[in-house]
Design a protein around this ligand. Sequence first.
Ligand code: PBE
Length: 267
Amino acid sequence: QEEVNLGEQLDYTITGMEPGSGIAENSRQALEAYDNLEGWEIHESSTAGMLASLDQAIMRDEPIVITGWTPHFVFETYDLKFLEDPQNIFGDAEDIHTMARLGLKEDMPEAYAILENFNWTVEDMQAVMVDALQVDFEQASENWIADNRSKVDSWIEGVDDVEGESFELVSSPWDTEHASSHVISMVLEEKGYDVSITNVDPAILFQALANGETDATVAVWLPTTQGFFVDEYEGELDDLGVNLSGTQVGYVVPEYVDIDSIEDLPA
Ligand code: PBE
């Protein structure tokens, strides 16, 4: 009885986000993979719209299912839980990779070396994101670099300075990516690069990188979240490896929603 109510209360709808995000694609796959989700829909909009709906639902004590990821401040603001995903559509803990356009290694070996060395932790990234709630990401990155000088030094050790070469970093419009892109951009600038950051949906990000329209990104969530994008451009991207480990994505509900698994969502 209660389960029937839950489906109706949710209008058989997952509250989603930008259609060009990795999570949006995973969410569409989940709808197909889980028999109980036949007839469900995803309301795709924007991250801001999704978070506004979450806030409203929590104020009204109503159920809601959103597409979520960690690290993210919503997990500090509200009591939330990931729904178990027995079919493993969203994957387990994931990594964020650094990728470059083909040829960057030859064209800009100094930047390439720094990008290859770039590696930090969820706690590091979170520190920048928390600080950026008070100041902007530029200032937050500057603060983090000042507090973590030896880590930053280990990324640039032995790398020569350059003379104002332009460097184009492509990123996507989420706080996790604002944090990593601003930090690495500041480090590249310290070594003499003139860095610009462009924020686009992942769908566009991979296209730009594969076409060589941009130099690099530190924003690739793998193996699952953005894995299908990477497959699409096989052989056209240079994967420099993991820069952070331990992210997670999936369907998320407030703690008070009395289910644990995607399979508990009523058909
Ligand atoms: N995200 C944050 C992005 C990547 C970074 C998980 C929302 C996505 O592609 O879904």
